[in-house]
Design a protein around this ligand. Structure first.
Ligand SMILES: [Zn+2]
Length: 132
């Protein structure tokens, strides 16, 4: 059962963004996507979509590494040249910021990839043949 997927409402950009921002089911936008920190629920509690079919893999981690890595390296270089802090400031500040930003970015990144898979019917949400 795919819930509201057959209505076309699930494919609207607004529904997609709401599902990603709130980490909700890509089909109905109401059911919670995660149980725990990053574990995807096997089935949507509202529409019954089999969420376990997703195949996000390492995609969210790769996005987080590329985006946050570029951001924090740039920030660290800027702070170094702008303020010239002692080395211990870098050793204390950056790991804490990176840890929080990474954990905070992983859920929306995983929700985005699952929603994209669902929207484009790829990964486990495909209409039969799995991706090559
Ligand atoms: Zn749902």
């Amino acid at each position: 059962m795919t819930g509201s997927a057959s209505t076309g409402k699930a494919n609207s950009p607004v529904m997609f963004l709401k599902a990603v921002a709130a980490c909700r089911c890509p089909s109905c936008g109401k059911g919670r996507l995660f149980q725990g920190l990053l574990t995807v629920r096997p089935v949507c509690e509202v529409c019954g979509l089999e969420l376990a079919k997703h195949d996000a893999g390492d995609g969210p981690a790769v996005f987080a590494i590329f985006v946050l890595g570029a951001l924090f390296v740039g920030l660290a270089v800027w702070v170094e040249f702008r303020f010239e802090p002692p080395l211990w400031v870098h050793l204390v500040v950056w790991p804490l910021l990176i840890l929080h930003a990474t954990v905070g970015a992983m859920r929306p990144a995983k929700a985005a990839l699952i929603a994209l898979e669902y929207r484009n019917r790829t990964g486990g949400f495909g209409s039969g043949s799995p991706r090559a």
